[in-house]
Design a protein around this ligand. Sequence first.
Ligand SMILES: *[C@@H]1O[C@H](CO)[C@@H](O)[C@H](O)[C@H]1NC(C)=O
Ligand SMILES: *[C@@H]1O[C@H](CO)[C@@H](O)[C@H](O)[C@H]1NC(C)=O
Ligand SMILES: *[C@@H]1O[C@H](CO)[C@@H](O)[C@H](O)[C@H]1NC(C)=O
Ligand SMILES: *[C@@H]1O[C@H](CO)[C@@H](O)[C@H](O)[C@H]1NC(C)=O
Ligand SMILES: *[C@@H]1O[C@H](CO)[C@@H](O)[C@H](O)[C@H]1NC(C)=O
Ligand SMILES: *[C@@H]1O[C@H](CO)[C@@H](O)[C@H](O)[C@H]1NC(C)=O
Ligand SMILES: *[C@@H]1O[C@H](CO)[C@@H](O)[C@H](O)[C@H]1NC(C)=O
Ligand SMILES: *[C@@H]1O[C@H](CO)[C@@H](O)[C@H](O)[C@H]1NC(C)=O
Ligand SMILES: *[C@@H]1O[C@H](CO)[C@@H](O)[C@H](O)[C@H]1NC(C)=O
Length: 370
Amino acid sequence: MVLLGHHLNNPLLFFIILCSCFWNRSLYGAVSVEPSQGLLLDRGCSQYNNSNLGSFFENLNASLGEMRTQVRNQSTHFATAMKNKENNPVYALFLCRDYLPVADCLDCFAAAEVQIRNCSYGGASGARVTYDGCFLRYESNEFKEQNTDAGNRMKCGNHSAREATAFDSAMDQVLMNLQIAIPRIANFSAATETKVPNNNNNNNGTSSIIYAFAQCILTITPQGCLDCLKIGHQNLETCLPNSEGRAFDTGCFIRYSNISFFPHNYTMDITPYLKQGGSSKMAIIGGVSGGAALVLILLALFGWLRKSKRPKRVPRGDILGATELKGPVNYGYKDLKSATNNFSEENKIGEGGFGDVYKVINLIKIHFQV
Ligand SMILES: *[C@@H]1O[C@H](CO)[C@@H](O)[C@H](O)[C@H]1NC(C)=O
Ligand SMILES: *[C@@H]1O[C@H](CO)[C@@H](O)[C@H](O)[C@H]1NC(C)=O
Ligand SMILES: *[C@@H]1O[C@H](CO)[C@@H](O)[C@H](O)[C@H]1NC(C)=O
Ligand SMILES: *[C@@H]1O[C@H](CO)[C@@H](O)[C@H](O)[C@H]1NC(C)=O
Ligand SMILES: *[C@@H]1O[C@H](CO)[C@@H](O)[C@H](O)[C@H]1NC(C)=O
Ligand SMILES: *[C@@H]1O[C@H](CO)[C@@H](O)[C@H](O)[C@H]1NC(C)=O
Ligand SMILES: *[C@@H]1O[C@H](CO)[C@@H](O)[C@H](O)[C@H]1NC(C)=O
Ligand SMILES: *[C@@H]1O[C@H](CO)[C@@H](O)[C@H](O)[C@H]1NC(C)=O
Ligand SMILES: *[C@@H]1O[C@H](CO)[C@@H](O)[C@H](O)[C@H]1NC(C)=O
């Protein structure tokens, strides 16, 4: 402060300081926090500008307007729209947290739209905004089936949880359960409450509760949802033992905290969805077990397929180059998948190629933030 006061005498320096404050503000978005939208977690603009601004703004306005109407009139938490006047398409998508009332979703929509227009006033051909409360995105190409991309990231809390070890292992289970259950739930969304087992007998049984919520966009497949949640899970592991964290991506969102952030009556018991998978797998195996030879043949075939399907590694430079040039737009799931040694191949997080994949994604993150 002393330094700042001293340099106020110098108008040029003051100007530079002022500018850098605004620059930081708009980059990291320390905007006022409303309960409906919560923290601004992320904002990214494409570095490509649309060349036909007239029809671009018309199409952008019309697609945002259509989504707003869908949310309001149909009380829905998910909307997509596409407007293509003058063959200059704008595709758009909105996802609101299922536990929020529609009025809050509309508030969050409005806040996200302000952020989006910060990108689009120059005609950026794509942009995305993530709040605690919602996700808004538009592009000049279709993207609603894209479940993940290089912009995936997390925002961790700033305080370590009490009884960090117990919290950690409880969180691992919570994340694993959400990852299994969400793709099996019709609306791709659930909130859970989980008591952290209390090892310490002399603290009067005041154990923490983990509040967790996860959600996928409704235009991807269950497998796409699962793949996205796996990456989110991996990202959130790096937050632990923080008492809160959020992971966000193009196709899904995960948030956890030791403090409640959704209505208690929204809490869902997801155990039926965990069992369901186990039993259906057993049924398939049971049906086949009549012919043990067939099982062996299938296993051999499976092993051979896995080996031959493993793609060649794409040099990292390619991914980073593409990300730097294109920003959030035009970055296909396929590209990431092949560039990251096919992360969907591994069923368990933290095994084999996945740890390496995570490193690749991390590198992209750094560049994406610039
Ligand atoms: C689009 O909406 C913005 C903000 O509401 C407005 O300023 C602009 O004039 C609109 N553009 C067109 C072409 O409708
Ligand atoms: C949405 O609701 C408003 C007001 O209730 C109504 O005027 C409008 O026609 C509705 N739009 C659609 C597409 O149903
Ligand atoms: C960008 O957003 C901030 C609020 O986060 C606002 O104060 C600023 O005026 C916006 N800038 C432009 C150019 O729209
Ligand atoms: C796009 O427009 C913005 C705002 O006018 C400008 O700052 C940026 O340099 C433009 N990008 C390109 C690639 O022309
Ligand atoms: C943690 O602290 C940093 C710096 O003060 C802040 O930008 C960030 O938003 C905080 N994280 C959360 C989840 O509140
Ligand atoms: C949540 O965790 C923080 C950080 O350890 C702690 O200060 C706070 O008391 C906890 N809140 C609850 C409700 O457990
Ligand atoms: C989502 O689906 C679950 C299970 O089918 C249901 O309990 C819950 O109410 C649904 N939530 C919404 C917002 O529709
Ligand atoms: C447990 O409860 C007793 C009496 O209610 C209190 O004196 C004691 O400080 C508590 N212990 C802890 C660890 O909170
Ligand atoms: C939860 O309770 C609120 C009122 O407190 C109600 O409006 C809402 O519909 C309830 N939600 C569920 C999923 O039961």
